[in-house]
Design a protein around this ligand. Structure first.
Ligand SMILES: [Zn+2]
Length: 206
């Protein structure tokens, strides 16, 4: 019993799924209730994000199809205005007309960064760990990070917002990621779906 009890308070670092494992293209499943298992998973997500020096993580990035994302900008450029956030079933309900460009990276796309254009402000609805509903208007860098994470829950990568020429330039980087050839400081889930990689040479086109 004591072993069981201690295992419920300990959190673990989960391996990160990378391009182009199928779960990263899946649309997340809504969370119906919050129980101990969900709370434990959320703790594991926060620990995984921090362990990888990330500022955001979506559940499908650790192989779980539920609509959960975590964000923490508190250590990013000394930004202590934002406490760590857990977003369950998040939905962006409005976007600003004004957009800007900024560089983004992703734990699922190690060593690949690119400039991404996004609206500078959003309205977002989500539930927290106590299943309390929040409606918030968010601007600045946090708005960008939330859009990136909520994109993941819809099966979208940041490079889907990049124009075709830049995406073509990134092809070799993406290919190396899909072949598990890019080293990281955090554990990765090995890609077992390599046959689907476009242009990998593993399968001939008919
Ligand atoms: Zn990402």
């Amino acid at each position: 019993m004591s072993a069981l009890k201690s295992s419920t308070v300990k959190s673990s670092i989960l391996p990160v799924y990378t391009y182009d494992q199928p779960i990263l293209r899946q649309k997340a499943v809504q969370v119906a209730e919050i129980n101990d298992e969900v709370r434990q998973f959320i703790r594991d997500m926060h620990k995984t994000m921090h362990g990888a020096d990330g500022i955001g993580l979506a559940a499908n990035q650790v192989g779980d199809a539920r609509a959960i994302a975590v964000v923490d900008l508190s250590e990013f450029e000394g930004d202590d205005r934002h406490p760590p956030m857990t977003l369950i079933n998040p939905v962006i309900t409005a976007y600003s007309d004004e957009k800007d460009f900024a560089e983004e990276g992703c734990l699922s796309l190690p060593r690949y960064r690119d400039m991404v254009e996004r609206p500078i402000g959003i309205q977002v609805r989500f539930f927290d760990e106590t299943m309390r509903e929040h409606h918030r208007e968010i601007g600045g860098f946090l708005a960008r990070v939330l859009q990136h994470e909520i994109d993941h829950l819809n099966g979208v990568y940041f490079f889907d917002h990049v124009n075709a020429i830049r995406r073509a330039m990134a092809f070799q980087k993406l290919k190396r990621i899909s072949l598990d050839q890019v080293p990281t400081s955090y554990p990765l889930h090995p890609n077992t779906s390599r046959g689907s990689v476009r242009g990998s040479g593993a399968k001939k086109h008919r």
